[in-house]
Design a protein around this ligand. Structure first.
Ligand code: KG4
Ligand code: ZN
Length: 345
């Protein structure tokens, strides 16, 4: 792409849009790392009634909200459409109807404003949230991305160069948290509620299975651990025996976290990485944060974690990822951008 200089002569101003799941979000970010505004309109209360995200309902609400969210973010940043240098939008992976609302909006705006459009991978965005939170952070580093749809271990070689080393073979970490929370009757979204309940329980009360797969594998599998919880609860209920939900939550969480920590630290050691970057919604989990801190300290690894507001879905992280793609010469996709429900990192 033939890059023009910044309109204000100082820094590139990116309008970023995120709508891959149930948050309609827009942000204004300058030079990738400085967030002028970060508006998130959450649909959690709407989907709560159904116990999970209903894709069609999510799309409709994105459509209703997106213009207002974009207007709000510009107003809060104190800028106008004419100030924008380029637009970044999540176009993969995610719920297809939800992604299409964001991408269609971004394409229309990029065309009308005659600025470049850059499609961003949602998980790259999650990793980039750490650049916003930590001004000193630079690649290379190892990264653990744990969200509702992904559990990924990646080697981040450069700002736009990623190598996936491990992925989940079944449930993502967040998905497993949400499903276990549901059977415990905790409500939606389950991850944060399970995290809270686990604080009152004993993580060693029930020895749920830790699944490490092959000795040298960086892949994850959480469905066996999740099924272990379901079997434990069914057994107790069938026999009419009492159980302590807080112990179940704490023991399940400990089993998942132990595997995430072991594989992340092993990746750093085997790849000679001295920095580990945590990302994704499950990065908000208090047990994961504490255990990673401990393990990284013991192994001389520097740990980077986003603040809670940048862990779950937001558009600031998309603005950051788009900036580095923009600097690396990404093609302008104003006329060509498509949305993809599945996509490689
Ligand atoms: O990254 P995210 O906002 O959306 C996706 O890209 O999937 O992640 C949402 C996931 C949900 O599964 C949610 O339950 C989980 O992150 N989550 C947590 C916590 N906060 C959010 N899981 C465990 N503990 C938490 N504190
Ligand atoms: Zn996400």
């Amino acid at each position: 792409m033939n890059r023009k200089p910044p309109k204000n002569g100082k820094e590139y101003l990116c309008l970023a849009i995120e709508s891959s799941c149930d948050e309609t979000a827009a942000a204004v970010v300058t030079d990738g790392r400085n967030v002028l505004s970060n508006i998130i309109s959450s649909q959690i209360d709407i989907h709560k009634a159904y116990g999970g995200v209903v894709p069609e309902i999510a799309s409709r609400h994105h459509l209703n909200n997106i213009s207002t969210v974009v207007d709000q973010t510009l107003e809060e940043a104190g800028v106008s459409f004419e100030d924008i240098d380029f637009i970044g939008v999540t176009n993969r992976p995610g719920l297809i109807g939800a992604l299409l609302i964001g991408t269609a909006t971004a394409k229309a705006l990029a065309f009308a404003l005659d600025v470049s459009l850059i499609g961003v991978h949602h998980i790259r965005g999650h990793i980039c949230a750490n650049y916003i939170a930590h001004p000193d952070l630079k690649p290379p580093f190892a990264s653990l991305v744990v969200s509702g749809g992904h559990s990924t271990l990646a080697d981040v070689k450069d700002y736009t160069e990623y190598e996936i080393l491990g992925q989940t073979r079944d449930d993502a970490a967040g998905e497993a948290f949400d499903k276990v929370a549901r059977v415990l009757g905790l409500g939606y979204p389950g991850g944060p509620l399970l995290d809270k309940l686990a604080k009152e329980g004993d993580p060693e009360a029930i020895p749920f299975k830790r699944v490490y797969l092959e000795k040298d594998s960086y892949d994850f599998s959480f469905s066996g651990t999740k099924t272990g919880v379901l079997n434990y609860l069914n057994g107790k209920r069938q026999k009419g025996e009492e159980f302590n939900p807080a112990d179940v939550a704490a023991s399940f969480q400990a089993a998942v976290v132990e595997v995430l920590v072991e594989k992340s630290v092993r990746l750093c050691k085997e790849r000679g990485r001295d920095k580990l970057v945590l990302a994704g919604g499950v990065a908000a989990n208090s047990c994961l944060r504490a255990e990673l801190e401990k393990a990284c300290w013991q192994n001389g690894i520097e740990l980077y974690m986003p603040p809670l507001i940048l862990c779950t879905d937001n558009a600031a992280m998309i603005g950051c990822a788009a900036y580095y793609e923009f600097l690396a010469g990404a093609e302008d996709e104003t006329m060509t951008l498509d949305a993809y429900p599945n996509a490689e990192l």
